[in-house]
Design a protein around this ligand. Structure first.
Ligand code: FAD
Ligand code: DLZ
Ligand code: SF4
Length: 505
């Protein structure tokens, strides 16, 4: 009985559950399709990355002896279902590792009836925790907290454990990981010159997707398993040792700092989360990187990445419709153009549009914080985050945006909204030194917009947020302010909104 095995664009792992069932009579199908390329206006660099990595992966599978059919754009069926329909004829069954996004899983669940052949969806076991294990962990818990989940993950995997105790005597070294930026020379990044396959993909993206967001060139990203391993090694040797210390820092003109840039490669399947965590732990045991760096890094992958995935699959499809703070303002044009006088925003947006990248603190505390405190429309901001990053897939983007940034799930993902005034940005970066606005001013034409938007956010969400013990202090401050001051904030915010609408903030 011959099987057709459909491998999706973010399933580029030779140990994929579906490929483990491959027999010599089977065929692997990979297809570039317009439906996947356009369900979001993906950044041009993301399209190039996904297509180039898919083509390289198919070639590598062929070289290893697999029968591979690769359907390349522009001459490809428009949907994955159409691609399967075209190639199913000699097969008696279709095998797929479950897709990462709910919308596709929901579609695939109808395929057996529509195709008339047996369709088997296998678990995607490239994660530390299965969907079922997360559902079991979360069931009956009054509160879901990443930190509790993470400790269980450490115990289950033995990563950074010394017997029953956490390595270094603590679960978390975050207090050492909040250094503000200090000017310093950063290690150079590795760049990969586009080969013939990538050049063909770049020409395709330029010809067919020129209206998509972002800058296509230069394109120097890793696209093969070998290059992904080089990227991992480069991060572990060059940047991991200082990763923890400057994890929350931001600096004008510095796009990556000591971050790993590995998320696009892990999410595509070119690196496994386990091998990445193990490489970081090895650096600790060999004395190459300190515990605060290694634990901080491992927590992002073993903790946060697994946690948001578990939460996504446990709560979808309902999760997508939450809007606890009633955020409804249309997304300002500046998110797409990057044009704004707010230097912190302009830096985060430049990085985003040029590189398809922004590090976590830029996503959370700059573009995310601005979206939260101005009350931007949930669907629009989620769509934006899904479109603009190389690593964006809904299973990881949605909980981070809707939950962590917008607090739209009412505090399920994060116990307090990550709202901040300009003061936080000033403390963690050098942005304010280059800005046309004055970070210490609350009102006036040159006042930092984050300040008035922040207090306005707290005032307008008082009913929902004032009971949160972690916000008690800021509400006590707000309570001391008289009507005149609150009125001035309202006027400042109204004026800033007019400037936003005129693309002039
Ligand atoms: P590093 O700082 O080097 O971190 C190491 C790794 O940890 C990352 O490669 C990533 O795999 C993982 N990680 C870190 N933080 C998170 C997190 N909060 N959730 C899940 N994994 C995490 N990450 C994505 O992979 N895809 C997304 O679509 C995505 N959308 C986001 C949207 C918002 C609004 C926010 C605030 C965060 C989002 N993140 C997303 C998480 C995080 O910002 C990125 O994983 C990280 O910036 C990627 O860069 P890096 O590889 O240099 O990360
Ligand atoms: C992201 C993406 C893009 C841009 N294009 C394709 C494609 O043409 N063919 C394909 O199989 N997969 C693609 N992908 C990845 C899918 O969108 C991804 O598998 C789902 O979103 C589930 O995570
Ligand atoms: Fe951003 Fe305000 Fe600082 Fe300007 S002054 S960089 S707007 S925080």
């Amino acid at each position: 009985m011959a099987k057709l095995i459909l491998v999706l664009g973010d399933q580029l792992s030779t140990d994929l559950s579906s490929l483990r069932h491959y027999q010599p009579e089977d065929r692997v199908l990979m297809a570039e399709v317009m439906a996947e390329a356009t369900y979001s206006p993906h950044h041009k660099k993301k399209l190039a990355l996904v297509f180039s990595a898919m083509r390289h992966f198919a070639k590598a599978l062929g070289e290893q002896g697999y029968n591979v059919t690769y359907s390349a754009l522009p001459d490809s069926p428009s949907t994955l279902f159409d691609a399967v329909t075209r190639h199913i004829d000699n097969a008696d069954a279709l095998l797929i590792t479950e897709p990462g996004e709910y919308r596709l899983l929901a579609e695939m669940q109808h395929w057996q009836a529509e195709l008339g052949v047996k369709v088997t969806l296998l678990e995607d076991d490239r994660f530390f925790t299965s969907r079922r294990e997360f559902a079991r962990w979360s069931q009956g818990r009054r509160q879901w907290r990443m930190e509790h989940f993470y400790r269980q993950q450490r115990r289950n995997t033995g990563l950074l454990m010394a017997g029953a105790e956490p390595e270094g005597g603590q679960w978390n070294f975050d207090h050492q990981n909040r250094e503000a930026w200090q000017p310093q020379a950063l290690p150079p990044l590795k760049r990969y010159a586009p080969d013939a396959i990538t050049q063909e993909v770049l020409a395709l993206v330029e010809a067919r997707f020129s209206h998509h967001i972002g800058e296509l060139l230069p394109f120097e990203f890793a696209v093969t398993r070998q290059q992904a391993l080089e990227e991992l090694d480069d991060f572990i040797t060059q940047r991991l040792p200082a990763f923890g210390t400057f994890q929350d820092a931001m600096a004008s003109g510095e796009d990556y700092l000591y971050h790993s840039r590995l998320s696009p490669l892990i999410n595509l399947g070119l690196l496994s989360p386990r091998e990445v965590c193990e490489a970081a732990c090895q650096a600790y045991y060999q004395g190459h990187a300190p515990i605060n760096a290694v634990e901080g890094f491992v927590r992002q992958i073993l903790g946060w990445r697994e946690y948001v995935r578990g939460l996504y699959w446990t709560l979808m499809p309902g999760y997508k419709s939450h809007n606890a703070l009633n955020s409804t303002r249309p997304l300002p044009e500046l998110y797409w153009s990057g044009k704004t006088g707010m230097h912190c925003m302009s830096e985060a947006l430049r990085n985003t549009l040029q590189n398809g990248y922004a590090h976590h603190i830029q996503r959370l505390m700059i573009t995310g914080n601005f979206a939260l405190i101005t009350g931007l429309d949930i669907e629009a901001i989620c769509d934006w985050y899904l479109a603009v990053y190389l690593d964006a897939y809904e299973w990881v983007e949605l909980p981070n945006t809707l939950g962590m940034v917008m607090h739209a799930d009412g505090g399920l993902l994060a116990s307090k909204p990550y709202a901040a005034s300009g003061k936080y940005i000033q403390r963690m970066s050098n942005y304010c030194q280059h800005c046309r606005y004055k970070v210490n001013k609350l009102t006036g034409a040159d006042a930092c917009p984050f300040n008035s938007f922040y207090w306005h956010f707290l005032a307008r969400n008082r009913t929902t947020l004032a009971g949160n013990p972690r916000l008690a202090m800021v509400y006590r401050t707000l309570d001391r302010w008289d009507e005149a001051k609150l009125d001035a904030i309202n006027q400042q915010v109204a004026w800033q909104w007019r400037r936003i609408e005129n693309n002039d903030l």
